[in-house]
Design a protein around this ligand. Sequence first.
Ligand code: URA
Length: 259
Amino acid sequence: MVNIQDETILREFNLYPLWVRREALNQIDTCTSPFQANAQTEVISIPSLDASKAKSPEIVQKREAEPASSNRIIPDADWPELKKKVTDCTACKLRATCTQTVFGVGDEKAEWLFVGEGPGADEDEQGEPFVGQAGKLLDNMLAAIKLKRGNKVYIANVVKCRPPNNRTPEADEITQCLPYLQRQIALIKPKLIVALGKTAATALLGRDATLGSLRGTKHDYQGVPLIITYHPAYLLRSPAEKAKAWQDLCFALTAFTAR
Ligand code: URA
């Protein structure tokens, strides 16, 4: 029997009612097998959230290169100092067109860090990451793995100012802003980082690659496991890909429990 909470989560990921829960196979490793969002009769199992049932992801890929911006790292800033530096920052052209900086939100001792690209219109207005439609989806993605914004979870972006018309941040903007995220990571010391989309993935990895090629691998960000999945805004535009995001979240959960 699918309970109400699972049903909501399955619906969010386009896995219900097209997919049938296989009660007998409550094994997390079934998450790692490829599955298609559009299959009508495919049977999948829902991963157990029990750490004892998780298996280790086998592949660990170290970062190839330091990002260009690591020279500009902010080595000692504590939270208040870092927040002030971000608020006062005019290092790139984005500050001139945004309403306010969007620092990040959540538990400053979080175990999980989710990294997006940059603020959109809602975030620019409210000063908090992922509060628009993509944010609602992100909250549901968190709920799918029994996480909640602010509770052992921190949410941040690569750039802290909204790019005009929600365009992708440019290389120089990322270079200027990345040290803030790097310092946030150093202060939080998360146990796992999830990069949401290509901008976050390539900024944290320090190399360019397609998102598809980066999924399904446990990468490494300075000793912290880094899992890469689709950006929620992309999933809103391409709902058929939500099943892959679900697969990635299962993989992240496995990496988290196996670390
Ligand atoms: N998209 C992002 O990448 N970050 C946000 O905060 C909102 C939308």
